[in-house]
Design a binder for this molecule. Structure first.
Ligand code: PMP
Length: 294
């Protein structure tokens, strides 16, 4: 699914066949999850292939590496250039791009000296699919921001996401909504959360979530569309009275939510602000220009 005989990946300065890319089983990333990564998308636009917010993603990768004391000797411009070359070599335009910074062999709990950079790309449909999501309130909390850098994209943090997403699927739902350590709504397993109430969009504050690049884009879109967005803490009970809700993230894009714990949101998705935002987002990423809404 992720690669074929022809796929080229970038590994430590070289573009090589995916099947020839190997790593050590003693890698610190393999044992302790100390690695950082990104999830990026490129789109076909009238001006050609465009990586959406490449700079922001690579700046976040550098930030994540720094927080974990991982030395990564690339600038965001260099990383962006490598990624365009990789897309070209694979003849990809609408693609999902996965840079991973992983570490060399080290079984002690200090960062390994050697850092590896792997970048792969493949065609990947919407991460949450195109159906409205049936969401459950997770029994898992997001990691406490005092226990780690929750705003960084660190491999090990995703064990929390895997537990929550798996619990949701095993319970017959599509996706999980997680609370933070204080009991306020935080985010999905790999996406940020917004809800609509009386014409206003609400979303959790940045402090206890991974504040996504898509989330920031939603703020820009809402501003252009004249919708107001409020960042605030809220408990899940307010969602019983909400008009609509959606997840957003690079992989998920904008995904409408049908219900939370089987309680449906009041508005039909097609009548919601999220639906307008979803259309605006698609337009923005594929047209490489500022949004104007008819
Ligand atoms: N929260 C979590 C936990 C995520 O993994 C992601 C995906 N990176 C997001 C939010 C959305 O972030 P972005 O919009 O930057 O993809």
């Amino acid at each position: 699914m992720y690669y074929s005989d022809q796929t080229i990946v970038f590994l430590n300065g070289r573009y090589i066949n995916a099947k020839e890319a190997t790593t050590s089983l003693y890698s610190q990333t393999m044992h302790y999850g100390n690695g950082v990564f990104e999830g990026i998308r490129s789109y076909t636009t009238p001006e050609g292939t465009s990586i959406f917010k490449a700079r922001e993603h690579y700046e976040r990768l550098l930030y994540s590496a720094k927080k974990m004391h991982i030395r990564l000797n690339y600038s965001s411009q260099e990383l962006e250039g490598i990624t365009y070359t990789l897309l070209k070599k694979n003849n990809l335009s609408n693609a999902y791009i996965r840079p991973l910074v992983y570490l060399n062999e080290n079984m002690s709990l200090t960062p390994a000296d050697g850092t590896n950079l792997f970048i792969a790309a493949w065609e990947w449909g919407s991460y949450l699919g195109n159906e409205l999501q049936r969401v459950m309130l997770s029994s898992y909390q997001r990691p406490n921001p005092k226990s780690c850098y929750i705003d960084a994209k660190i491999a090990g943090h995703y064990t929390n996401s895997i537990l929550a997403a798996t619990e949701a699927k095993l319970s017959g739902f599509d996706e999980a909504l997680l609370l933070d350590a204080d009991g306020f709504v935080a985010e999905g397993s790999a996406a940020n959360f917004f809800y609509e109430k009386e014409g206003v969009l609400f979303t959790p504050c940045k402090t206890n979530i991974l504040p996504g690049i898509t989330r920031a884009t939603i703020f820009e879109l809402a501003d252009e569309l004249g919708f107001s967005v409020k960042e605030q803490q809220f408990t899940p009970d307010v969602l019983k009275e909400a008009d609509s809700a959606f997840f957003c993230g690079t992989a998920a894009e904008v995904a409408g939510i049908a219900s939370l714990d089987n309680i449906p949101f009041k508005k039909q998705w097609e009548d919601s602000l999220g639906y307008i935002i979803q259309k605006g987002y698609k337009k923005l990423v594929t047209q490489k220009r500022k949004l104007t809404v008819a």
